[in-house]
Ligand binder design. Sequence first.
Ligand SMILES: [Zn+2]
Length: 237
Amino acid sequence: MDSQLLTLIDLQSFDTRLAALEAEAARLPKQIEAIQAALADAKKSLDAQRLKADTTRKELRTKEKDLDVVTAKRAKAEARLWEVKNNTEYSAVLSEIETIKQEKAHGEEEILGLMELQERLAVDIRDAEVRLKAREEQARQDETVVRTKLAAVETELTAVRAERDSRARELPRPLLVDYEKILKARSGVAVASVTASAVCGGCRVGIRPQAIQELKAAQAPMLCENCGRYLYWQEPA
Ligand SMILES: [Zn+2]
């Protein structure tokens, strides 16, 4: 086979490998970002729970203070029962005490509800903290795996690029420029095989019998008349 054609075939295999490695090198950092984003989300939701617990604690303190005020009001009203001068005043104070009692009962109910909420939140937060810790550990491990993979891909990329460039230097400049132009225009495939089915391996369009004969002789690189890729004959295995 023509040595330029052999070089083109080789170059294509290097470039196919490089494209896969480059895609991997672009994908892996996104995977790391996704791991970190999921962890950040979990942290955010825990922070929101903590904030809610904090708000509940403050609200509870306020309600407790309010209840103290109501209790004091009740004691004062009860003391006034001893000072009233007639029945009308007496029943007015009694009715006032009744209202205060209701107010107190309502306040106590609210406090109970807040205390229950506080307990529930404390349990949820403890659970979330345990889960987050496990997730952080898992994320650290996952990230290490991905980073190791990425480093390996980058090392391989450097090595394959060097091999590819040294092979590319064997081609005359105009041929290399042409090859690279086709590679770019034809989604990374500039060299296609033709087998017994007699179609271009790149665009699947049939090759004329005369061209097949020329391909088999392989005296010089030939182009597909349809897609413009370099063609080479591949003997059936
Ligand atoms: Zn073609």
